[in-house]
Write a protein that binds this ligand. Structure first.
Ligand code: ADP
Length: 265
């Protein structure tokens, strides 16, 4: 068997394109993200960026697997797999005790129930609406003129979160504007927004049935305010893996490696 083989999992989502590179031993060698999604030409740029960083890849073979919303748009792939399968695979490899995964990305919320062997029992997704998704947070960060990456810390400083009663992004945006005009504090408004996202995710999770351990993934899992709000809504501790936005790409890379090892056994 050729030992100089690498496995690149590529997750093309609605907001961002992520890639994770594994070596023959299944160790993570590198990863990268570009904040552009399906329809852009960023996949090749991201792959080139990773390959450039590793001299050893120039003489080795890099096998690719894709997942996510835009998985069919990647050229030269070994295979493509659904994001539900890849997220479950990636998260289970990082947290084998996980039984429920809450993933919040740019335009969807997924809740996945995982068996003790890492197989998918069931999953639910939000309807086609931005409520509770990363897009909702992006819109609110613009209205508030706050960086997305700062929202988590700002929300955690809240003493009395406001209530955002509209789930519809357009109406919620007007509600946030009236909170600003009433003079509510920024931390209280941001915490209210996080609570609104959390309530959407928690109700989906309750619909599926929550079994511990629960993991929170997707780009939005980088927001500690949303994490805290979901923990409050579900009244339990939730783990965030070290690289929450990359779990789909990681799962695709793991599938790619497993398939190679099986074919070459
Ligand atoms: P998708 O797979 O749909 O492209 P991701 O799982 O990559 O979605 O998550 C994208 C979302 O993550 C964005 O919509 C944004 O809300 C959120 N996000 C990205 N970076 C950060 C960050 N540094 N802090 C908080 N949220 C972030």
């Amino acid at each position: 068997m050729n030992e100089n083989v690498y496995f690149l999992g590529i997750d093309i989502g609605s907001s961002a394109t992520k890639a994770v590179l594994l070596n023959m031993d299944g160790e993570i060698v590198d990863c990268g993200v570009i904040q552009q999604a399906v329809g852009s030409f960023c996949v090749d740029d991201l792959i080139d960026e990773i390959v450039e960083r590793h001299e050893e890849l120039k003489t080795g073979t890099v096998l690719r697997a894709s997942t996510g919303y835009g998985r069919l748009s990647v050229r030269g792939i070994e295979f493509q797999k659904s994001e539900i399968s890849c997220h479950a695979k990636g998260v289970f490899s990082l947290i084998p005790e996980v039984r429920t995964i809450i993933d919040i990305g740019g335009q969807d919320i997924k809740v996945i129930s995982v068996s003790d062997t890492g197989n998918i029992n069931e999953f639910v997704m939000n309807d086609k609406c931005a409520a509770g998704t990363g897009r909702f947070l992006e819109v609110m960060s613009k209205v508030l003129n706050v960086e997305l990456s700062e929202m988590g810390d700002i929300g955690l400083r809240s003493e009395e979160p406001v209530t955002i009663s509209n789930t519809c992004t357009v109406f919620a945006e007007s509600e946030v504007i009236s909170c600003l005009s009433r003079g509510e504090s920024l931390p209280d408004i941001v915490a209210g927004i996080h609570a609104s996202v959390a309530s959407k995710a928690a109700s989906l999770a309750k619909r599926l049935g929550v079994r511990e351990k629960v993991a929170f993934t997707g780009g939005v899992a980088q927001n500690k305010g949303v994490l805290e709000a979901i923990q409050n809504a579900l009244q339990l501790d939730i783990q965030v893996p070290g690289m929450p936005q990359y779990t789909g790409a990681l799962g695709a890379a793991i599938f790619c490696r497993e398939s190679y090892l099986k074919k070459n056994a």
